[in-house]
Design a protein. Sequence first.
Length: 393
Amino acid sequence: MKHKIILQAGREKALRRKHPWIFSRAIKKVEGQPQAGDDIAIYSAGGEWLATAAYSPASQIRARVWTFSPEQKIDQSFFEQRIHTALSMRKQLALPSDSYRLIAGENDGLPGLTIDNYAGTLVAQFLSAGVERYQKEIVAALQVVFPTAKIYERSDVDVRKKEGLKPRQGWLTEAGDSQIWITENKQQILVDIEHGHKTGFYLDQRENRLIAAEYCRDKTVLNCFSYTGTFGLHALQAGCQKLINLDVSQRALDTAAHIYQHNKIAAERYQNLNADVFKQLRAYREQGVQFDTIILDPPKFAENKNQLNKACRGYKDINMLALQILKPGGTLLTFSCSGLMESALFQKIVADAALDANVIAQIITPLSQAKDHPVLLSYPEGFYLKGLVVHKY
């Protein structure tokens, strides 16, 4: 291979543990003139071959590993094999859904690639220089594995800027439907793959929506950061007394109303409220309004380490407010999808929020991302969704 990275002495330890990232500060020198996305061989300071990676000159993560096998070539057949392996694992999970995450980036050996399968339509995000370079081969591989699937690209996210890439979205095959009805836990859910968050939906909360429903039967429920109301849908189907979905996006709330109507939910059983969650929680506190069950599923508060302290304050604030308006004996289901937020830190934040709220609370059970969002053992960064079921005394 004509392009090489020589590591600083002692900086090969992470690679020997099969971690897929090489940071710029670990590099002693780059040989050749690699362009963004080019294959590049990684060598130790002593000259030992370690891996083949994709080069990304614009990112602090200067290279992302494709393979630790010296004989493996990066081509369409490589991507076909990785996709087949990922699909085989998902088939074993017996998911209660016709939709699932097919590729979870580094966790499935394809750094920077996210692919969700929505009832036969594939929605892909190409988030790193390597998968951008091989987009043609990846799409061809997908068409081999899923010959009848339509493929839509949602690479319209800010993280591409870190790789020196521009946002992009659109059909990669013949156009299909951008509004797709999927089935999850026997519920019918509408996914907007063109305008929706991420790839259109949050498949990673599938199991947690079922768990949340257990705490909603005959209860008053507040679903914060509700998006298209699918936590609320499960609460309603479980027999909650009254539901309020709270979100700043009227488009998302309108979609929630459409989903509920489709699932034959009576309009008087719920309210979709367009409001800022922080402000509305304070308003409920001032008004003395309380709920039996509160769900907090906020967006990512920390995109990088510089934002972590601010994110901690945000998580503490909403959890304190939620605990203050939660009835004694009530249940709080609280989440963080910020990958930089470690589980222990998140638990401490919720504990501090309880202290500030002057309440006593217990953790009933921890929650995590859905089974089709695996975590590679050598890549702990793949674990990002943390949740707690909290009981208030």
